[in-house]
Design a protein around this ligand. Structure first.
Ligand code: ATP
Ligand code: MG
Length: 177
């Protein structure tokens, strides 16, 4: 029993909902995992236009963080280019997941990409289910699809009670990016 409790079992964790904190909670897990000697990769599907605080810290720590997007899609003028970028990001992510070389893989904002229909949910479910048993995966973004929720081990919904955006306060350096 004790033995079983200490065995590594790769979990699928989902941070979803409309409140703030989905990505930052995922980065918190990376921070914790690194301290335990786990190998970590963070793949960001949407952001990537600006040099974020998390990217600067990752570079300093030697933590793999790959901003694969080109900014937010609603700022985009080229949907086809976005779609290609995200498919490319998913190819990289799925190879990393299946390789077994990582203990923790964070797929930041993958839910948005699934929402746009750029990557089929069935394909993501298939890859997640075929991953090596030790691999933990964290998936973030609003509106996690039901297919993902049903195969997840841990699903947390961030509830939006108050957000500075609605008081006209713009995104703050170090807090939002
Ligand atoms: P964070 O990266 O701060 O943890 P998040 O991952 O939960 O936020 P996203 O949906 O990825 O949230 O949103 C990205 C950006 O939108 C962040 O800068 C965040 O501060 C902002 N944001 C998050 N929730 C809200 C909200 N309810 N209203 C307005 N802006 C929001
Ligand atoms: Mg986020």
């Amino acid at each position: 029993m004790v033995k079983r409790m200490t065995d590594t079992r790769g979990l699928l964790l989902v941070n979803t909902g409309n409140g703030k904190g989905k990505s930052t909670a995922a980065f918190g897990v990376a921070f914790r995992a690194l301290g335990q000697g786990l190998t970590v990769s963070i793949i960001q599907f949407i952001k990537g236009k600006w040099k974020t605080g998390e990217l600067r810290t990752a570079q300093r720590l030697g933590l793999e963080l790959m901003p694969m997007g080109k900014g937010f899609t609603w700022e985009s003028e080229n949907i086809e280019e976005d779609k290609a970028l995200m498919r490319q990001a998913w190819t990289v992510a799925s190879e990393k997941i299946l390789s077994g070389a990582y203990d923790l893989i964070i797929l930041d904002e993958l839910n948005y990409v699934l929402g746009y229909g750029y990557i089929p949910v069935t394909e993501v479910v298939r890859i997640l289910q075929s991953r090596p048993p030790h691999v933990h995966v964290v998936l973030t973004g609003r509106n996690a699809p039901d297919e993902i929720i049903s195969i997840a081990d841990c699903v947390t919904e961030m509830r939006d009670i108050k957000h500075p955006y609605r008081s006209g306060i713009p995104a703050q350096k170090g807090i939002d990016f």
